[in-house]
Design a protein around this ligand. Structure first.
Ligand code: SAM
Ligand code: SF4
Length: 331
């Protein structure tokens, strides 16, 4: 196989996000409901199935993998999965997105398995707000996890903060300062309509431009221009003029970057999704378990990529929210 995953808009897809579980030890209000119903274990891809499907994707040109969830570190054995994925020729980059709670225990094993890049989600440094946002009292665990990741040598460590009106507004500078002091790269993400509780509204997210404007008043910034593969980065990047590192914003709602998108997704139950906001998905796990040859699995993926939508329609009146919330897709 030597095909690329090209869609109708000439976008080439090389970046695959794999969800290893839909389960989580937090219940972030922008993602999951308190009483989330999780998938049955039999319907979740085994690590062997993930590795097999990843090989199919890599033969189709995928070279970048991110492990996500749900919370990936609630599934036992993720370091083993990382080790196996690292053995696949053609993969240039593997990273992991986590809420950090499991890192105090697992950072070393992940590092030893060859993982070097990690994104830790942390929306607030305030104990009470953390509890309001995640419905759990676990800020200390996440902070401990971040420290341990740094001690182990992860680099870069990115801190993802979902920017929600009424929560994030008065903490923008504190978060920036925290990241600067610890040499983390902060990434604000605009709150997207992928929450299970339907709390999203146009007045609920803080636009990327406002976030950068506010930070620039305290810590002057200059844009970082990327080229080559960097063009596909969803984050608009800025550097601190005083040498204090970098910060980015993922302004998916206010400044969509769909025309540059090179991302595709595999859910924990083995469904292929060409876009976060796709209303359709392609089951790969059932045909894999039924013994469909690799070439036919590849054709299913190629066909699904051809159907990829031009972009999300969050800003249009005919926007339809996908039936899966963020934790069921894999953020
Ligand atoms: N549990 C891990 C975590 O929280 O990092 C990985 C999965 S989580 C779904 C991946 C990322 O999606 C996190 O950074 C999270 O903050 C973000 N996220 C979840 N729901 C979101 C939403 N409605 N809008 C924007 N980002 C969201
Ligand atoms: Fe869990 Fe991550 Fe969703 Fe929060 S954003 S509920 S940590 S999956």
């Amino acid at each position: 196989m030597n095909t690329q995953l090209i869609d109708r808009f000439d976008r080439i897809h090389t970046n695959l996000r794999i969800s290893v579980t839909d389960k989580c030890n937090l219940r972030c209000i922008y993602c999951m409901p308190e009483d989330m119903a999780f998938m049955e274990n039999e319907g979740i891809m085994s690590f062997d199935e993930i590795v097999y499907l990843t090989r199919v994707f890599v033969e189709l040109g995928v070279n970048k993998i991110r492990i996500t969830g749900g919370e990936p570190l609630v599934r036992p054995g993720v370091p083993n999965l990382i080790r196996q994925l690292r053995g696949i020729e053609g993969i240039k980059d593997i990273s992991l997105t986590t809420n950090g709670i499991g890192l105090a225990k697992q950072a070393k094993a992940l590092y030893d398995a060859g993982l070097r890049r990690i994104n830790v989600s942390l929306d607030t440094l305030n104990e009470e707000k953390f509890e309001q946002m995640t419905r759990r009292k676990m800020l200390a665990k996440t902070l401990e996890g971040l420290k341990e990741a740094q001690r182990c040598g992860f680099n870069p460590i990115k801190v993802n903060a979902v920017a929600m009106r009424g929560f994030t507004d008065d903490e923008i500078i504190d978060l920036a300062q925290f990241a600067r002091e610890n040499a983390y790269q902060l990434r604000f993400i605009e709150f997207m309509p992928l929450d299970a509780d339907d709390i999203w509204g146009r007045n609920m997210f803080v636009p990327g431009k406002a976030l950068i404007g506010k930070i620039n008043e305290t810590y002057p910034l200059a844009p970082v221009y990327t080229n080559g593969d960097g063009n596909h980065e969803p984050a608009a990047r800025y550097r601190y003029l005083d040498g204090g590192g970098e910060i980015g914003v993922i302004a998916s709602v206010s400044e969509p970057f769909c025309d540059q998108c090179n991302r595709i997704r595999l859910t924990a139950d083995g469904k292929f999704r060409a876009c976060l906001f796709s209303l359709t998905e392609t089951d790969l796990l059932t045909p894999l378990r039924a013994g469909l040859p690799k070439k036919n699995l590849a054709n299913l993926i190629i066909d699904a990529v051809k159907q990829k939508e031009a972009g999300h329609k969050i800003n249009s009146t005919d926007f339809v929210k996908p039936s899966r919330n963020m934790s069921m897709i894999g953020g």
